[in-house]
Structures are given as C-alpha cells and as structure tokens.
Design a protein around this ligand. Structure first.
Ligand code: ZN
Ligand code: ZN
Length: 376
C-alpha cells in the first residue's frame, strides 16, 4: 500500500535478514481481514508505504541467534501481538495488553523500532508486525507460533486474527457455559468464529443478528440456532426467543447503537462483550440505573483476550479433531496480484474469509484461477 486509497501494488521489495530475536517465514497462505481494508481506506491510521496483511501461516526459513522455540522447517501461524513476556500484563497472563508491543505496532516497525522492508533503499513500514501479503516476512520471534504439520496452512493462516478474536471473546472473556443462550451481532469472520466457539462451549441457544439474510443462513452451518435481521423490535424479538433475555451478548460488528441493543437484550447478571471496533469518535451510552441494578457486565475484548501461543494451537487441534469447522470459513482463494478483487469482494459482503495462496501444497487449497473472482 503506497498510501491510503491508492491502488494496491504488487512489487518486489528488499527484505533484510532476521535480527537475533526475529524469524524469517515463507508464507504459504494469508487471510484477508477487514482491518486491512480499513487501513487502506484510512479509517485505521497506519504508516505508509507499508505491506498489509496480519494473519498468515508458513514455514520457518531462518531464525535469529536468540530464537529457541521454533526452528527451520517448523510450521507456524503468526500472531500480531508479539508479547514481551516480562511486562505486568504479560506476567499476569494477559499478553494481548503487552505494553511493549503497542507502540511499535502503531509505528509500523518491528519491536526494536526499525524495519526490515525497503523499496529501492527507502524504508517501508510493517503492518501489525507481520505484513503477510508477501511471499516472505521477517517477524518478531514471539509472533511465530509453532503448530502441527497436520493442519493445512490456509486454515492455519486464518487463526491469527479473525478466528482467535471471535473464539476468544466467547471462551476467554465471556466464558460461555453449557446450556446458556448467546447472542452474536455480525455474521462475518469474527462473528462466525464466535458462533463456533459458543457451540463448542455447549451453548443451548445461539442467536445471530446480521442485515444480510444469506449470512444468517451460513451462520447455521457454524451452529447458530436462530437468525434475525435488525428491526425496530429487535430487542423484544430476542427476549421472546430467549425467554426473557440472553445470558451473553457478543458484539462482533461494532456499529452505532448495537451496544445498547445488546445491553437491553441481556438478562440481569449477563455479560456483554464488545469485539467489533467502533469508529474512533464513537461514544456509546448505557442506561445508568440498569447498569447498577441489573449487575450486567460490559467489557471489551482485544484479540480474543487470548494467550496466542496457547490458544492458536488449541484452536487448530479442535479443527483437526473435527470440532471447529474452520475450513468452511474460506470462501475464495486469490493470487496476490488480484488482491484488489479480494478487497472488493470483502467490501461487497461476499466473503466469510478470502485467502491469498502462495504455496498450493502447504496451503491445502488449489491455486485460484487468476481469471475467476467473485467481483468479476
Ligand atoms: Zn484482522
Ligand atoms: Zn509484555
């Protein structure tokens, strides 16, 4: 990405060797996330020029001198929160809040404040430490999570952002219990991951809200028991369906007014987890007396409130065991030089997840026909 809203370019860049605490990865596949598109439009500010892409999986090609937890040839899924392991948040088991990672992420560098990417000698920014829309990436060692070789890397490529975000909001933050009722706003990649997680958590009822009817139908494949299109009487319909209100509400959309609906549709003592990123100037309001009287919990969840090095392999083991149908998230594969089409398809709501495939065999997906895209 040369600048926001400029056409994406496929070019050859110089990639420096990994430093002592870094890893060189050859990407097999990368998922395309809404955050990439939001960065391209400028809604999410990020330094440019940069190489976008922040969910990917591949094979380790080289490791820095200090790296011991992965070796050459290992399969890895990438995490965009390379936690330091020593700050108070890391030590207390909340590595996604790591204070060391956040400043470098916003600056578009690796953890030491410098970049490994250059174009004709001029620096090019990293995106979320990973820059996976590329055949190769140098990433912080802590971003490389070793995974089993039995998982197709196209599936593994999705786990490092959308899937972990939705799954973790349900399992790590809401801590959904068997037999409970769960409401999910948004049936995109994150919402569907929340639905899958609610199902494996044993939820008895999973209600999904999305304006697109076809997405509601797809959500049933992942475990939704009911689907609703937004309407003026949405809250009363949810209350009717759930016998008075749901136990948990997950806002995977982040749109205006959704938090208020989620709050109203949740029973006293219930939990509302905000996952979808609202606009920067959003200031949602809640009914004060009910906040006190009903003891509802309203909380955010970043990156699935996860411990990526534990949760990513766990999610992939659940895929391998046939419990989480992660491969059904993939709608379409693209060549890297057709990524503009992938962005167009995503904006048009045609994708659960699109993936760029670099290595057909390791990705476990056939290489896409370069002519056929959903946008065509
Ligand atoms: Zn993402
Ligand atoms: Zn830390």
């Amino acid at each position: 990405m040369t600048a926001p809203n400029e056409p994406l370019e496929t070019v050859t860049l110089e990639l420096s060797d990994p430093r002592p605490d870094e890893v060189l990865v050859r990407l097999a596949a990368t998922g395309i996330c809404a955050s990439d598109a939001h960065t391209h439009t400028g809604r999410i500010p990020s330094p440019s020029p940069c190489v976008l892409g922040h969910e990917g999986a591949g094979v380790v090609e080289r490791v820095g001198a200090n790296v011991t937890h992965v070796g050459v040839g290992d399969h890895v899924a990438l995490s965009w929160v390379p936690s330091c392991g020593v700050c108070r948040h890391c030590v207390s088991g909340r590595p996604v809040l790591c204070t060391a990672a956040a400043p470098a992420l916003l600056a578009g560098t690796l953890l030491d404040g410098t970049v490994r990417l250059h174009r004709d000698g001029r620096p090019v920014s990293h995106y979320s430490f990973l820059s996976t829309f590329a055949t190769h990436a140098v990433v912080p060692a802590a971003s490389a999570v070793r995974i089993g070789r039995d998982v197709p890397l196209a599936v593994a490529s999705l786990v490092g952002c959308g899937i972990l975000t939705g799954y973790g909001a349900v399992v790590n933050k809401a801590k959904v219990t068997p037999g409970s009722s769960v409401l999910v706003f948004g049936a995109g990649g994150v919402g569907l991951s929340a639905v899958m997680a609610a199902r494996v958590s044993g939820a008895g009822q999973i209600i999904v809200v999305d304006p697109v009817e076809s997405k509601l139908e797809e959500a049933t494949v992942f475990g939704a028991t009911a689907g609703l299109v937004p309407s003026d009487d949405l809250v009363s319909r949810i209350r009717d369906l759930s016998g008075g209100g749901v136990d948990y509400a997950i806002d995977a959309a982040g749109g205006e007014g959704i938090l208020g609906q989620a709050f109203a549709a949740t029973i006293p003592g219930g939990t509302i987890v905000c996952v979808g990123m609202p606009d920067v100037d959003a200031r949602p309001s809640l009914p004060g007396p009910e906040l006190v009287r009903d003891e509802k919990i309203v909380t955010g969840s970043l990156y699935g409130s996860s411990r990526p090095s534990l949760d990513i392999p766990s999610i992939l083991r659940q895929y391998a065991a046939g419990v989480l149908p992660l491969d059904r998230m993939i709608t379409q594969a693209y060549d890297l030089d057709r990524i503009d089409h992938a962005f167009a398809d995503m904006r048009a709501g045609k994708l659960k997840r699109g993936v760029v495939v670099f290595d057909e065999q390791l990705a476990g997906l056939p290489a896409p026909d370069p002519v056929v895209t959903l946008a065509a």
